[in-house]
Design a protein around this ligand. Sequence first.
Ligand code: ADP
Length: 402
Amino acid sequence: MKILTLNCGSSSVKYQLIDTSTGEKLAKGSVERIGMAQSILSISTSQGKSKKITKEILDHTMAIDGILHLMVDKELKVISSYDAIDAVGHRVVHGGEEFKASCLITNEVKEKIKENFKLAPLHNPPNLRGIEAAQRVLSDKPHVAVFDTAFHSTMPEHSYIYPIPYIFYKKYKIRRYGFHGSSHRYVFSRLKNFYDRDLKELKVITAHIGNGASMCAIKDGVSVDTSMGFTPLEGLVMGTRSGDIDPALILYIMELQELSKQEADSLLNKHSGLIGISGISSDVRDLEEEIQNNSYRAKLALDIYCYRIKKYIGAYAAALGGVDALVFTAGVGENSSYVRQKVCEGLEFMGIELDHEKNNEKSKKERKISTDKSKVDIFVIPTDEEYIIAIDTEKIVKEKKE
Ligand code: ADP
């Protein structure tokens, strides 16, 4: 099947056209600056062709229309007509407690996504706007929703209930949900290429470390804990987000600096983490470079960043009762040998032994980077959330036809 995957943000749409029979990405690209002057529409095809157009794109409907026009463009020839697209898979960030798996989008599903606006005010509204726009443009195709939270719906209560009055969970659904579910699920599934055993027998820790970052503990093939919580702010230190802090701090700072709710939110989500500590950049590449120039704060930022990941490995090893595999993925996890080394340093006592030569190899391929005698296998596996969206969409469309 040919599946169009869409990831709609408030002013952007990222898309891919995936042939699920081969896994080939026939085309991918994005629309940026929707609703602003000079929106940018881009495409690159599996045939090595690419195009970038700057024009006014007022809304998501125009954006998706523009994407489809590019796909049937005579020069690019990705598909001959819209008919070649079998279905559309949409990334939806928050599925709340209702959505434990991907599903066909009906009016009822859209209502439920809307109900979850309050849980993900920055993400679910543009996700739904994208769904409605795509349904307008491709009205005769099935549309499927794939939720970032779904993979973590298997977490046990002791992982997801916060130690605050229980009434907040019952009344307002305040609990830990976790995010990056499709990424954790994807990299876990790729372990099939390295083991003859059933993956359900493995205790696995996956570390998705990109701009946003989260870790996941996987046992019996399902997520049993993850580091992001009610929002994507909890857990690891991130590019611009604080991750775990003493919650009393924010009340103290709000009073000290007379911050509004919005200012406090922005402080924790946009001005903390690596950028907050270093004062230099949220990008690990910049900080690695600054460390070469002996920048004290760049080093401090990455020390804190790696130390937090290391602590979560310890915590999840305890939660799982052991660990067979540790997987690094996403921008930093896939590319920074520095971070991987700092994280694994000192964990030899628990059987985590990095092979430094393999760790330093520059490669885009999925690979094992632990020594042969390491009790825990360490992997780098490039993530592919779109692939999960495509295969889920195909499965649901096929089930519907049967
Ligand atoms: P997002 O969460 O936006 O999807 P990504 O997973 O693409 O983020 O990760 C982006 C981050 O990956 C960048 O901010 C940068 O810190 C990091 N990164 C990318 N390439 C490298 C590299 N070669 N070395 C170190 N860090 C890198």
